[in-house]
Design a protein around this ligand. Structure first.
Ligand code: R5P
Length: 294
């Protein structure tokens, strides 16, 4: 029982001030009507000031094995974490190589089933159950989506199951648009695939940059984050990030263009300049060159 001596009697109810939250809308696109738990996870992912996020994707091992730049997750990941907002990875990488201390958000890959070894990349299953996503403190669950490909039906089944479980526990889902060697990379395709995922109920879509990207953004009612794709020279990767952000992406989910850079930390910091500080690609590249010259 609290000591009641000296207790102040409440009296200033500000009766002339409307309830403060009534006029506020939540800053993450399409999330205004979600519950508190969902919003909290999305707020862990998207910065309240810029509205954007720098996700670091290093989930490649789930179907590629050990790829160049990710040979030693235990060495690379802890060094890069201060420069990113979100780690996007498998639960194996999370538990073995991501320090649990700190305030970085987690985008947990929950589907698998593909492997570079058998050239069958469009069939996946939900491999991580919702209880383990909760135990991993996932801020969103990432599901691969093969829209328009052989595995479309099972992809939609996977996504729907993950969304349904996520809604039960207030964990957002991120749909990851897959592009295979035979798949279209046009704005027509990305408009279709991103919209299908949003209509299914994902809260974030990871997709690729393309011509007319602003139309892809406009047609999708939830935030888009852009994958980096294959390794480019640093200035070109920064231009890709700049184009995506200036046309309405709410962040990047970049992998190879960070971890395959000779200077991954400086590259991640340069990407941050664009994503959070409205830097141009040229300004970010100047920052990168200065940083690596020190
Ligand atoms: C998509 O299939 C996975 O999340 C990839 O591991 C990720 O998208 C690759 O990122 P990046 O293309 O930037 O290397």
């Amino acid at each position: 029982m609290a000591d009641l001596d000296g207790l102040k009697v409440a009296k200033d109810y500000h009766l002339d001030v409307p309830f403060a939250n009534n006029s506020e809308s939540f800053y993450v696109k399409g999330a205004n009507n979600l519950d508190w738990g969902m919003k909290k996870h999305l707020a862990n992912i998207f910065d309240a000031k810029s509205g954007n996020t720098v996700m670091f994707a290093f989930d490649h091992g789930y179907f590629m094995g050990s790829v160049s730049g990710l040979e030693r997750l235990d060495i690379l990941v802890p060094k890069l974490i201060p420069s990113v907002d979100v780690v996007m990875c498998t639960r194996g990488a999370l538990r073995s190589c991501v320090p649990p201390a700190g305030n970085k958000a987690v985008a947990l890959r929950v589907t698998s089933g593909s492997s570079m070894l058998n050239d069958d990349l469009s069939h996946e299953i939900v491999a991580v159950d919702i209880e383990d996503a909760i135990r991993c403190n996932a801020d969103c669950m990432a599901v691969q989506a093969f829209i328009g490909a052989d595995g479309q039906l099972e992809s939609i089944d996977n996504i729907s199951k993950v969304i349904n479980a996520g809604i039960r526990h207030s964990i957002p889902t991120m749909g990851v648009v897959a592009v295979g060697k035979d798949m279209d990379r046009t704005d027509k395709y990305f408009k279709h695939a991103t919209r299908v995922l949003a209509e299914l109920g994902v809260n974030i879509v990871k997709t690729y940059y393309c011509d007319n990207f602003e139309e892809v953004v406009a047609a999708c009612p939830v935030p888009l984050v852009v994958a980096g794709g294959k390794k480019l020279p640093e200035n070109e990767a920064l231009t890709l990030a700049y184009n995506a952000i200036s046309k309405g992406a709410h962040g990047v989910d970049m992998g190879r263009n960070i971890f395959q850079s000779h200077h991954p930390i400086e590259m991640a910091e340069a990407v941050r300049k664009i994503v959070h500080e409205k830097a141009t690609d040229k300004e970010a590249y100047e920052f990168y060159k200065n940083a690596i010259s020190k």
